[in-house]
Design a protein. Structure first.
Length: 147
């Protein structure tokens, strides 16, 4: 499968979780902070956002991978997904302002998420971006629905 996002137990301590995302050949594993959201809520948010995007109800969505505790910082880390016809572009981001709007519903993201960062060929190294066909997202959703 060219796309996958999942939660698993970390190895450093008993209550630790990690988020692992696969976007084609790219693989990233990050700690999942569970002080504000449980692993189940993260997964529900991902599935709802991906279904919204796959159904063409929006041209963008956010997969939230970290909600920082208020004592540390107000903000979220997320994967910004932009749909352009049959392709989805992924960019990893962090936001402090208006991040609460991302937590309400996938519909709110369309209004508040900054536009896709793009550039010239010389600037590509400054924009970390991965691309997949929407069919890979749709295939992932079939797998998730079967669980």
């Amino acid at each position: 499968m060219a796309f996958n996002i999942e939660i698993s137990k970390g190895t450093r301590c008993q209550n630790e979780f990690v988020c692992e995302i696969h976007i084609d050949e790219h693989r990233e594993v990050v700690p999942l902070i569970t002080t504000r959201w449980s692993p189940e809520i993260y997964k529900k948010q991902w599935v709802a956002a991906l279904k919204f995007l796959a159904a063409s109800r929006s041209s963008r969505c956010a997969l939230i991978t970290c909600i920082q505790p208020e004592s540390i910082s107000y903000g979220i880390t997320y994967w910004a997904l932009f749909r352009d016809w049959h392709f989805v572009y992924f960019q990893e981001r962090f936001i402090r302002e208006n991040y609460e709007k991302f937590l309400i519903s996938p519909m709110m993201v369309e209004r508040y998420m900054p536009d896709r960062m793009q550039g010239t060929v010389e600037e590509f190294s400054r924009v970390s971006e991965w691309t997949l066909p929407i069919s890979d997202i749709q295939e992932f959703l079939l797998y998730v629905d079967d669980e």
